[in-house]
Design a protein around this ligand. Structure first.
Ligand SMILES: Nc1ncnc2c1ncn2[C@@H]1O[C@H](COP(=O)(O)OP(=O)(O)O)[C@@H](O)[C@H]1O
Ligand SMILES: [Mg+2]
Length: 273
């Protein structure tokens, strides 16, 4: 359980008068990739290339102009409990405690009380909030709130976890701490994860594979395996080499969209590792 398959995905926005897009916008025409069971895959790319669009389509919050998405072979036609979602903005219920926020999905799934309690206790512990189970969100730091968001997504035991720049609003110290926490949680749970970020270092630290989305309409121009042992050292030479590979590719990719004045770097489907 836990394979996400994206096939020939297409998203176009029609031309609209006064929208500035008189010819319409082809975000992408043909995006295909698979996140295997238990795999952690990141999508990186310049702002506006369509990362959030891919995630929203996978979440079932948006409808594609073409192509399909499958979770464990079932076509995505709308939101569902087989997918847990974590957004950048925390979106917690302010009137519910940490434990109650995490229990929310379980309640709507009508999980019986005792089982719900056990699951919540396990998840609260997993995301490192044991001491804060009875706190309301307004008393938590940004990092802690994002732990609650992650806990809430994990509590329903989804096949796939979808995360859109979840740490994008955090300061750099908290951000690194959260990356460490997520790496540990992932080792423990081995969830299938589709993770969106524009931070190369974050992608290398967390992922089994990094996909680079670039161009207009955008395409996956690189699928780079990150075959480094975990836990990973951000200062290791092999880590930094992966970062450099992606930086070169990202610069090459974004110049194609006209966002950068630099000459395009050579782009390859795969980079040797
Ligand atoms: N509802 C919409 N109508 C028209 N264009 C949109 C809409 N939503 C997003 N876009 C455009 O689609 C492109 C991709 O957006 P997005 O997926 O948010 O990019 P990213 O997450 O990579 O920054 C952008 O050019 C954005 O302006
Ligand atoms: Mg986005």
């Amino acid at each position: 359980m836990g394979e996400l398959r994206v096939e020939r995905l297409k998203k176009h926005y029609p031309a609209r008068r006064g929208s500035g897009h008189r010819t319409g916008l082809r975000v992408f025409d043909d995006v295909t990739f698979t996140v295997g069971e238990g795999e952690f895959v990141s999508v990186i790319g310049a702002s506006g290339c369509g990362k959030t669009t891919v995630l929203n389509l996978a979440a079932g919050l948006d409808t594609p102009s073409g192509g399909s998405i499958f979770v464990d072979g079932r076509a995505v036609t709308g939101p569902g409990l087989d997918r847990g979602i974590v957004f950048q903005e925390f979106a917690l219920f302010p009137w519910l405690t940490v434990a109650e926020n995490i229990a929310f999905g379980l309640k709507s799934m009508r999980v019986p009380g005792e089982q719900r309690k056990r699951t919540v206790a396990h998840i609260v512990d997993l995301v490192g909030l044991k001491q804060f189970a009875d706190y309301y969100p307004n008393r938590l730091s940004g990092g802690m709130r994002q732990r609650v968001g992650l806990g809430r997504a994990l509590a329903i035991n989804p096949s796939v976890l979808l995360m859109d720049e979840p740490f994008g609003a955090l300061d750099s110290v908290t951000r690194e701490a959260m990356q460490n926490a997520l790496a540990e949680i992932w080792i423990e749970t081995r969830k299938t994860v589709l993770f969106i970020t524009h931070d190369i270092r974050e992608a290398v630290f967390l992922s089994d594979r990094v996909l680079l989305l670039a161009g207009r309409p955008s395409q996956i121009v690189l699928d780079l395996p990150i075959d480094l042992p975990r836990p990973r050292g951000r200062h290791d030479a092999s880590f930094q080499e992966k970062e450099r590979n992606l930086e070169v590719a990202l610069r090459g990719g974004s110049s194609q969209t006209g966002d950068s004045g630099e000459a395009p770097a050579p782009r390859e489907k795969t980079v040797s590792h």
